[in-house]
Design a protein around this ligand. Structure first.
Ligand code: FMN
Length: 191
């Protein structure tokens, strides 16, 4: 038997990523986001959504510069990632507080967080108001990955990145499991 539940935002699996941008004085800020996903192959793009009814500094910064980075935290960065999502850059220099370092991105004017093993550099290509959130689509103009997580063909090794997962329904962090199959193959038997 299925049970009807009250409508709420949800997605499985959901990531916990960290968007970063500079403010007007050139100071870096960042915030944790569960509202983030891929949305275009050509050009490569992702979209993020940040609450516009609450005062988020990172949103103001991205709307100002139109450029940002998105870092993919590994499980080992859980505490810092959580902190970036419970404190505002209006009150604290969060990167400094968490002992995290940043440098300028290569292709955009935005801070890239050095501790994250993979980050994408984005240029805002579309901005839309969606209910309580501002949805920003960013064209990915560069990707930076630690040598330690890429194979000899330049592909990111999922297990080495060990990305942090998040469940918004129970407000919990998860570690992803093991690879169970190649994709585009197990379905062939039904063709
Ligand atoms: C796990 C997690 C996921 C979050 N996801 C989002 C999100 O998708 N959108 C959003 O607007 N805020 C999200 N937040 C809240 C912001 O990260 C938080 O308000 C942050 O303090 C904003 O910082 P800022 O003012 O420096 O930008 C999330 C927080 C956590 C802990």
């Amino acid at each position: 038997m299925k049970i009807n539940l009250k409508p709420r935002t949800m997605m499985y699996p959901a990531p916990a990523v960290v968007a970063s941008a500079y403010d007007e004085d050139g100071n870096p800020d960042c915030c944790t986001l569960a509202f983030a996903t891929m949305c275009s192959h050509h050009p490569p793009a992702i979209m993020i959504a940040i609450n516009s009814t609450l005062k988020r500094k990172t949103l103001a910064d991205i709307l100002n510069t139109k450029e940002f980075c998105v870092g993919f935290p590994s499980v080992e960065h859980m505490a810092e990632t959580d902190y970036f999502g419970i404190e505002t850059g209006y009150r604290q220099a969060k990167l400094q507080k968490a002992n995290f370092n940043y440098k300028n991105a290569e292709m955009v004017n935005a801070p890239i967080i050095e501790e994250f093993k993979v980050s994408v550099e984005c240029r805002a290509m579309h901005i839309a108001e969606v209910g309580s959130h501002t949805q920003i689509t960013g064209e990915i103009v560069n990707i930076q990955a630690d040598e330690s997580v890429i194979d000899n063909k330049g592909k990111i090794i999922f297990e080495k990145l060990n990305p942090l997962a998040y469940d918004d329904v129970t407000h919990s962090y998860y570690e992803m499991g093991e690879k169970i199959s190649d994709a585009f193959k197990p379905g062939l038997k039904f063709r």
